[in-house]
Ligand binder design. Structure first.
Ligand SMILES: C[S@@+](CC[C@H](N)C(=O)[O-])C[C@H]1O[C@@H](n2cnc3c(N)ncnc32)[C@H](O)[C@@H]1O
Length: 136
């Protein structure tokens, strides 16, 4: 996943949707560190669980304190995505902002969200797939 083309970029932008306590996010940051990436990494971390985000903040700080090969700009957004498609799209656009992302993760979140949506809509569709996500 961490390729030469990523190393060529001075800035890597990462969006983690449903980041929880940050397991996969830490994994990606440590992997980038192990490859010696020296640019700037900008992380937007989104979750609906404030307690998980709080724990994640401490864990990311501990990772940062170990010393990383790159500079890290880290931002948390507390958002509970709604099961209504129009509102979900609006919320997703709001957290994504205007910029593009190099990596978008939603590990073990879509399945939780789908389970929730299936319980409240007849179709049980997954709105996220109807949104064009900018992938570089
Ligand atoms: C199983 S955890 C995965 C955490 C992390 N991505 C990982 O792989 O370690 C799923 C996360 O999705 C979040 N989540 C589920 N439905 C959500 C929703 N509707 N809005 C915001 N977050 C949601 C939960 O709060 C939880 O932290």
């Amino acid at each position: 996943m961490v390729t030469d083309s990523m190393h060529a970029k001075p800035v890597l932008r990462i969006l983690d949707i449903g980041s929880g306590t940050g397991g996969n996010l830490c994994g990606l940051l440590l992997t980038l560190d192990s490859t010696g990436y020296t640019g700037r990494v900008e992380v937007i971390s989104v979750d609906g669980n404030a307690i998980a985000l709080d724990l994640q903040g401490h864990i990311i700080q501990a990772v940062k304190n170990q010393g990383l090969s790159f500079s890290l700009a880290y931002k948390q957004i507390h958002t509970v995505f709604d099961s209504n498609q129009a509102l979900f799209c609006k919320q997703l656009r709001a957290v994504m902002g205007e910029g593009d992302f190099d990596v978008i993760m939603a590990w073990k979140t879509i399945c939780e969200y789908y389970k929730h949506v299936k319980g409240v809509t007849k179709a049980g569709s997954i709105p996220v797939f109807s949104i064009p996500l900018p992938i570089v």
